[in-house]
Design a protein around this ligand. Structure first.
Ligand code: SAH
Length: 366
């Protein structure tokens, strides 16, 4: 049942300050609350002993700290871990932890499903239900951090966050922004902007808006070097074609020499993986400070593509590297628990009826 209490997980520092000053409390209460909730993971107001009794009573009456329910917690052979979280109304989302040497990355979802319909992505097949609230986005960090604990030095195991789970973060800008603030707040998750990455399929106006609002790292899902192919793979390209997207990337970096846009490029067998494509990619990226991330395609039921063979991925990478492009091939992680890029399905009560259409097509062809 949805409750009509205020969920304090929706509040970033600014929202807490407004909440407290409206109630005649000092603004520094925001710091105390952030610490209780996001660093000590306390959800019982009575335990918040540095708040007065009457304030604790008010919080109890008017607010709550409402976390999604953990319905599955799976661990892959390679250490990748995936949580399935149930939201109000029965929808589920997924969040994935990827341990690597020297860092631990949490891959966070921003929407229940997705509206973008990219042809190589499993989330697209689920259709779309709704945007996540700020609280549901940040709850993914809270749940994963609490489960993973701290390393022997007392540091959090999650050192990086990528908004590369289900959904298009820049189409849920208003809720994503406070969540990013919480990730980077010293009394939230304390991550530097270099360790928080927003990944977008290319919502150009929102890229500019994000750039004006805060310092954060950006990844762009390019996947093709000409508009005809990109229109097919990433249909939002029809609205914001490659040239406009690259101009937005240049504006995002501006004259900040520390910044690079991560260019994501999924390797699809026979579709976008020729050496000619590699050379075209360099042309497209001219003037955009970048690092390139080649992603082997991860298959899912009824997916129309195959991954490029390893030799072709290597050859593609070598063309880019020998021209001086910083290029890495993303390791496929957690595929035994369907946690790899593009495999996150969750449980989406589709409101676009897209998944129904897909089922009809599949059945019709059988
Ligand atoms: N909507 C955002 C973030 C979600 S997807 C975006 O488009 O960037 C995160 C990354 O996984 C994107 O680069 C996406 O294109 C890629 N991806 C999606 N499906 C994939 C698949 N089946 N195999 C490999 N990568 C995939």
């Amino acid at each position: 049942m949805t409750s009509n209490k205020i969920n304090l997980l929706d509040f970033d520092r600014k929202a807490f300050e407004a909440f407290f000053t409206e109630r005649g409390e000092k603004a520094f209460r925001a710091t105390q609350m952030l610490k209780w909730i996001h660093q000590l993971y306390v959800d019982d107001f009575d335990a918040m002993t540095n708040l007065s009794k009457s304030l604790r009573q008010q919080l109890l009456e008017q607010t709550e700290i409402r976390l999604p329910e953990i319905v599955a917690d799976q661990q892959s052979q390679d250490g990748t871990r995936k949580w399935l979280l149930r939201l109000d109304s029965g929808n589920c989302i997924e969040t994935v932890f990827i341990p690597e040497s020297g860092r631990g990355t949490l891959c966070v979802s921003s929407q229940v499903g997705c509206t973008l319909n990219c042809s190589f992505c499993s989330t697209a097949q689920q259709g779309f239900n709704r945007n996540l609230t700020t609280g549901e986005i940040i709850a993914q960090l809270l749940v994963a951090n609490r489960a993973l604990g701290r390393d022997p030095k007392g540091e959090r195991v999650i050192t990086n966050v990528v908004m590369m789970g289900m959904g298009e973060p820049l189409l849920n800008y208003d809720n994503v922004l406070p969540a990013l603030n919480l990730m980077m707040d010293d009394f939230g998750y304390g991550l530097s902007w270099r360790r928080v990455t927003v990944s977008t399929a290319g919502v150009v106006p929102m890229m500019d808006k994000l750039h004006q609002a805060m310092n954060v790292s950006l990844a762009v899902s390019l996947h093709a070097t000409n508009d005809a192919l990109r229109d097919e793979l990433v249909p939002i390209n029809r609205k914001y074609p490659i040239k406009e997207l690259m101009e937005a990337c240049r504006r995002f970096v501006g004259d900040d020499t520390r910044k690079r846009v991560t260019i994501e490029y999924v390797m699809l067998d026979g579709v976008n993986d020729s050496l000619e494509d590699a050379r075209a990619l360099m042309k497209v990226l001219r003037g955009v400070p970048n690092k390139i991330n080649l992603i082997p395609f991860n298959p899912f039921p009824n997916s129309p593509y195959r991954s490029s063979p390893q030799e072709r991925i290597n050859a593609f990478r070598d063309v880019l590297m020998s021209a001086g492009y910083n290029t890495v091939t993303r390791k496929t992680r957690g595929d035994d628990i369907d946690a790899a890029c593009g495999q996150l399905a969750g449980k989406v009560m589709d409101r676009t009826r897209r998944s129904l259409r897909n089922i009809a097509v599949v059945n019709g062809g059988a």
